[in-house]
Design a protein around this ligand. Sequence first.
Ligand code: FPP
Length: 248
Amino acid sequence: MRTLLERVKEGGLPRHVAVIMDGNGRWAKAHGLSRTSGHQAGALAAERLIRFVGSKLELPYLTLFAFSSENWARPQSEVAFLMDLLTDFIRTRLAELVDAGVQLRVIGDRERIPSALRDQVADGIAATADGERLHLTIALSYGGRQELAAAARRIASDVVAGKIRPGDVDETAVADRLETAGMPDPDLVIRTSGEERLSNFLLWQSAYAELCFTDVLWPDFVPAEFLRCLAAYQRRRRRFGLVEGMET
Ligand code: FPP
């Protein structure tokens, strides 16, 4: 019998999967642990997924939602813990990321994050710049509406500077000014923990994404669950607004 991994690999993989990692707090509560322990377990789940995608699948783009623009409103101690966790995560895994051919990208408002994390992000991006196997994007202090507002500001500046005429502002002009410029749109967005919404994640880019919601809490998200989402994606017919048969 062929394994799920073999079947998924034969079924045609998406180019870009984006993941809303949700449920660390509920996982911690269910195990009688602190929320911070839940985030630590969540970081291990992220590491497990990156390692799996990087080593077992030809899936060139993986994007993880690590911290939203709205998450700044959490208790200051939890925010500080998450910033330290992300700093340590990049620092301690950097050599492995380079060896695995990962190219790191970070989207979001970098001005708001502590300088230690900002510096670590810059180091990580520089060190992994030649990676070609997996484009790993971490959304950090990220919000889709904020990203779109920033793109609108850039367009307005370019219009004022005479670089582009208002009538030339089309979808490409917007996409080129998003932080994801140059990346393919996500084909599949996965959200864990039973919540079924996008929560301001890649709003423009997810216009035609398939969505996979799973009840699994993020720290329990194992590669087999990821494969089940890919298998569900493969069973869907993506029509991009066309009629059956026209899409390819
Ligand atoms: C959602 O769980 C998770 C977060 C807000 C933080 C995500 C961070 C990680 C998974 C750790 C590090 C990530 C990387 C890429 C190394 P929640 O706290 O909202 O859970 P709850 O809804 O159950 O309270």
